[in-house]
Design a protein around this ligand. Structure first.
Ligand code: KIV
Length: 271
């Protein structure tokens, strides 16, 4: 008798089935082995190796500075940790906007060097040619519309996008273009809930929201925000499930105190 536990891996087909059956998709970001292992063990459906690593791991103000090599390093660590979930990796700023050949080369590097299952990139009609070329090489692509942080200097602000009709219509038409191009899912970031609902109802592929309301097909949060590792980021869409900043700080203070008072290590904690 085998003791091997069969694990049903999440694939892009699983996500499509979940949408059809009305089961919401859970997605979080991850950037390192240890946290990815916990999130996968907890049963998360999708882990996104987001370029938000630039903010939460490297301390940059924006997502722009992170490089393709750095994204691949994070992706390798996450892939080594997971047994079940789908791992999607962001193509970072400057690794795909040049032309579709550059985009394809970047996607191939991510897949070949990290072992991830799919890539994500930001943008609408302007990236359709690249998306088609990447998919034709066998790489699944997730789109990203609404607030696209790689364009923050074009927007000038992290405010809610597509509140006006013109931008909302453009977003809907871009969402259709991404679906036509073959994307298996789309992230919608920081848009009105009614618009999230409309896109989710009009499109066949899963729509995963971050600040896009309750009617989309799944939700994604940045892990550091959801666990309360960040203290000073409190957008309306965020629900914190832990207050890790204070908990880790308090544990560290107890450790410092035990070391200083010579309470640690004790007789049982030495050789
Ligand atoms: O990089 C990231 O964390 C993301 C999520 C906000 C969706 O793209």
């Amino acid at each position: 008798m085998s003791t091997h536990k069969e694990i049903t891996k999440v694939t892009t087909n699983t996500l499509q089935r979940m949408k059809q059956q009305g089961e919401k998709i859970s997605m979080l970001t991850a950037y390192d082995f240890s946290m990815a292992r916990i999130l996968d063990d907890a049963g998360i459906d999708v882990l996104l190796v987001g370029d938000s690593a630039s903010n939460v791991m490297a301390g940059h103000e924006t997502t722009l500075p992170i490089t393709l090599d750095q994204m691949i390093y994070h992706a390798q660590s996450v892939v080594r940790a997971v047994d079940r979930c789908l791992v999607v990796v962001d193509l970072p700023f400057g690794s795909y906007q040049g032309n579709s050949k550059e985009a394809l080369n970047s996607a191939i590097r991510v897949m070949k060097e990290s072992g991830a299952h799919a890539i994500k990139l930001e943008g609408g009609a302007e990236v359709v040619e690249s998306i088609k070329r990447i998919i034709s090489a066998g790489v699944p692509v997730m789109g990203h519309l609404g607030l696209t942080p790689q364009s923050i200097y074009k927007f000038g602000t992290y405010a809610v996008r597509a509140k006006e009709d013109e931008e909302a219509e453009l977003l809907v038409s871009n969402a259709h273009a991404l679906q036509e191009a073959g994307c298996f899912a789309i992230v919608l970031e920081k848009i009105p809930a009614a618009l999230g609902r409309r896109v989710s109802e009009e499109l066949k592929i899963p729509i995963i929201g971050i600040g896009a309301g309750m009617h989309v097909d799944g939700q994604v949060l940045v892990m550091h925000d959801m666990l309360g590792i960040n203290k000073d980021f409190s957008p309306r869409f965020l629900r914190r499930y832990l207050n890790m900043y204070d908990q880790v700080k308090e544990a560290t203070q107890r450790y410092i105190s035990d070391v200083k008072s010579k309470d640690f290590p004790n007789e049982q904690e030495q050789y």
